[in-house]
Design a protein around this ligand. Sequence first.
Ligand code: NAG
Ligand code: NAG
Ligand code: NAG
Ligand code: NAG
Length: 259
Amino acid sequence: MSVFVILGLLVCIEAQGSSALTLVIVKKGGDVLLEVINADGLKDFSFVEWNFKRTAILVRFSPGRDPVVSPGYTGRLEFPVKNYSVNLKNLQHTDSGVYTARVFGFKGEQTLAKYMVIVRDPVSPVDLTVDSVSNSSDSCKVTVTCRTQDSHISSTFRCDTQTCSQEGGEQSKVTTSGASLQVYLDLNGSIICNHSNQVSWAKDIKMTEKFCPQHADSESLSPGISVCLVKTVVFSVGLIIMVSAVITVHLMEKLKKKK
Ligand SMILES: *[C@@H]1O[C@H](CO)[C@@H](O)[C@H](O)[C@H]1NC(C)=O
Ligand SMILES: *[C@@H]1O[C@H](CO)[C@@H](O)[C@H](O)[C@H]1NC(C)=O
Ligand SMILES: *[C@@H]1O[C@H](CO)[C@@H](O)[C@H](O)[C@H]1NC(C)=O
Ligand SMILES: *[C@@H]1O[C@H](CO)[C@@H](O)[C@H](O)[C@H]1NC(C)=O
């Protein structure tokens, strides 16, 4: 459904004979660079103008003059080296909408660039808590909950003597504010909760070793035993050889004396 709406929009834009629409998603308080790419070919025009929602004027460039910034945008616009491109700073939700750069000449107007800007809040922090640990001799089960301002997700992890794995509950969900909330294990066996959207992410971590300590130790136990065993065997064999040698020498000396 939405695909058709977007296609319809694109067709309309193309039909107007203007340039394509570029979608930009910006963090609230962030900046956006609105660029005019093909400005070099421009000649014989009276001015170039950036508009917001078709009516509001951000800035007007006239040949051979400094850019004229509208009162509502004073202090929020910067002009990079590129001709007619602008950097709009400190975006707020009210700045979401379509921005258009147009050139006004003696034969009418032409669109140079068109941006759809969407301003989004950064995600809220997350809090990952351990709800329960069930610990037995051969495995350990941890249930965690990750909470944000408007959502939460619970998941269960099981660690055996070697590894941990995600066993049950949810792995990810989309929050009511359209962000994604994910709980997973990283390569080091830590449980990660990641709250993310197109403009930011926040995480919280819990180490599984903290709740399932015996599983880290059991690995080093078996090589410890075998090293000890090898040492004992080597030592015993050495002792037997030495004792035999001593006895042999002793016996040979006795035989010599008898002769
Ligand atoms: C800007 O425009 C002037 C004159 O129109 C041109 O000489 C110059 O090369 C342009 N600069 C850039 C960076 O596009
Ligand atoms: C889990 O059990 C092991 C022994 O089975 C014990 O050493 C360890 O302290 C226990 N850990 C917790 C968090 O109860
Ligand atoms: C694993 O731990 C090491 C050091 O403790 C760290 O440098 C690395 O980034 C961690 N890897 C992941 C995937 O978290
Ligand atoms: C969290 O998710 C975002 C978006 O997918 C990603 O860019 C970021 O690296 C993730 N952070 C961690 C710690 O995995």
